[in-house]
Ligand binder design. Structure first.
Ligand SMILES: C[S@@+](CC[C@H](N)C(=O)[O-])C[C@H]1O[C@@H](n2cnc3c(N)ncnc32)[C@H](O)[C@@H]1O
Length: 455
């Protein structure tokens, strides 16, 4: 199963976190075996850069020159040899049979030779080998913690902007650990559940959050009915920052401009319904708009879901919305724990296209915001080019019409526990919030609340 998922990820750009869970559910594997298959798949994908470097060194050829089905078999065995406690004999045998079954007898012989060479050193030995002659600190951290060097640099800059650069290794380690699973219990909807023997433990920060009980969350009736959702606490806080920035006035109009797959839209719809406001959701990609409709199905009436380019839609509706969520498409560098292959798939050249789109969407959202309304600019990336710089530029372009709100104060008023957020340099103008996996156990969400003056 792990091999098939890895083949789909490397061959067809599939997402492991979407492919694996349904396969596991269908497989009938015992919980221990399912956990083993998950670690095999996610661990191999997270460590891809390191394992490829080891395979290249052990085979004496660049990995691009190795047949893809053989390379994936080697990667899987390399992870078992260097990242798990699987016996060397079993790990080598399995890689050889996968290579032989998928690429013929010659490939089996090749895999055998490479894997035997890999067994000559342990993970620390291979790291030391690969680090020889590497002097750049970020290149070294990239090898040590299995991140592309450009991502290490971007994370270093984001931490440095908060004077927390000494936390870089802790962050890289957190990216390599499994995230804790949280539920959002949508306010105002029922969550009673026979499958839960004890009341759910409260989440650390989110006032509507709970720690997911062990096992598959889909066994909970509330999750199946969509009144509770698996959602990172950082995402919950981002939605609540908008809905609870100030008391809701009945009749307010809210817009979620980039809503797919609908996690924040569902929480916003619940909050809107409680306050007598109405939500409109929008999502460009039709398949993802479908997921938003499913997420909003528990509400009666369900908020409408449009399928438009967010910037165009917003530009056509000046001064129309009291609150707008702009959870912008981004590199996702703040959610690397969740998407094991994502770090290797994104390239630095993706950043300029994304930042151009983010700026366009933010300008549109500012247009669509009512004077005095609240706009949340959110990314699941801490990359400065996607966060502070986008906001700074948009505020500058708006020429005094847009002001930052004190987002830290809003979240301090919402969170169950203090978030220990640094006092930023833009304090006087209204702070942003940057959450971190290593500090908060959440995705690295960036949240900036903005408002607009009349005229
Ligand atoms: C970060 S995700 C939003 C996540 C969502 N808020 C949630 O909590 O489930 C960004 C979404 O924006 C969508 N998108 C990309 N370009 C867009 C555009 N020009 N207009 C509207 N949506 C767009 C993407 O398809 C993606 O679903």
């Amino acid at each position: 199963m792990a091999y098939e998922v890895i083949r789909a990820v490397t061959d067809s750009d599939a997402y492991a976190n979407l492919l694996l869970p349904p396969r596991l559910a269908r497989s009938g594997l015992a919980p221990n075996d399912a956990a083993f298959a998950t670690e095999l798949t996610y661990g191999t994908l997270r460590g891809l850069g390191f394992y490829d470097a080891v395979i290249a060194a052990a085979s004496g050829r660049p990995v691009e020159k190795i047949d893809a089905p053989v390379l994936d078999a080697l990667r899987l065995s390399a992870h078992q040899l260097l990242g798990m406690r699987v016996g060397a004999h079993a790990a080598v045998d399995q890689g050889v049979s996968l290579a032989r079954a998928n690429a013929g007898g010659g490939a089996g012989g090749f895999a055998n030779a490479v894997l035997r060479r890999i067994t000559s050193l342990d993970a620390a030995g291979w790291r030391a080998e690969l680090l020889k002659g590497v002097t750049d600190p970020d290149e070294r951290l990239a090898i040590e913690h299995s991140h592309p060097a450009w991502v290490v640099r971007a994370l270093r800059q984001a931490l440095a902007a908060e004077e927390r650069v000494d936390e870089l290794e802790a962050l890289l380690n957190a990216d390599n650990a499994a995230p804790r699973v949280s539920l959002a219990l949508l306010p105002g909807l029922p969550h009673d559940d026979d499958a839960v023997e004890q009341p759910l433990a409260a989440a650390t920060y989110s006032p509507v959050g709970a720690a997911a009980p062990a096992g598959d969350p889909a066994r909970l009736a509330a999750v199946r009915h969509g009144t509770a959702r698996v959602q990172d606490e950082g995402s919950q806080l981002a939605a609540l920052a908008l809905s609870r920035a100030r008391p809701v006035q009945p009749g307010e109009h809210w817009l979620d401009l980039c809503a797919g797959p609908g996690g924040k839209a569902a929480l916003l719809a619940a909050e809107a319904a409680l306050g007598g406001a109405t939500l409109t959701a929008n999502e460009l990609v039709p398949a993802r708009a479908g997921l938003v409709r499913t997420a909003l199905a528990p509400f009666d009436p369900a908020p409408p879901v449009l399928e438009r380019d967010g910037a165009e839609l917003a530009a056509e509706m000046p001064d129309a919305f009291d609150r707008i969520m702009l959870d912008a498409p981004c590199t996702g560098l703040g959610a690397l724990r969740r998407r094991p292959e994502a770090r290797w798939r994104k390239q630095p050249r993706d950043v300029p296209a994304l930042t151009a789109l983010q700026s366009r969407l933010l300008d549109g959202a500012i247009t669509a915001l009512k004077p005095g309304g609240v706009l949340a600019y959110v990314t699941c990336s801490p990359h400065l080019a996607e966060t502070r710089f986008i906001v700074d530029d948009a505020v500058r372009r708006a020429g005094g019409k847009v002001q930052r709100l004190d987002t830290r104060a809003v979240l301090d008023g919402i969170a169950r526990h203090p978030l220990d957020l640094p006092v930023g340099s833009n304090e006087g103008e209204g702070s942003h919030v940057q959450l971190w996996p290593h500090r908060h156990g959440t995705d690295a969400m960036f949240i900036q609340l903005l408002t607009k003056s009349a005229g």
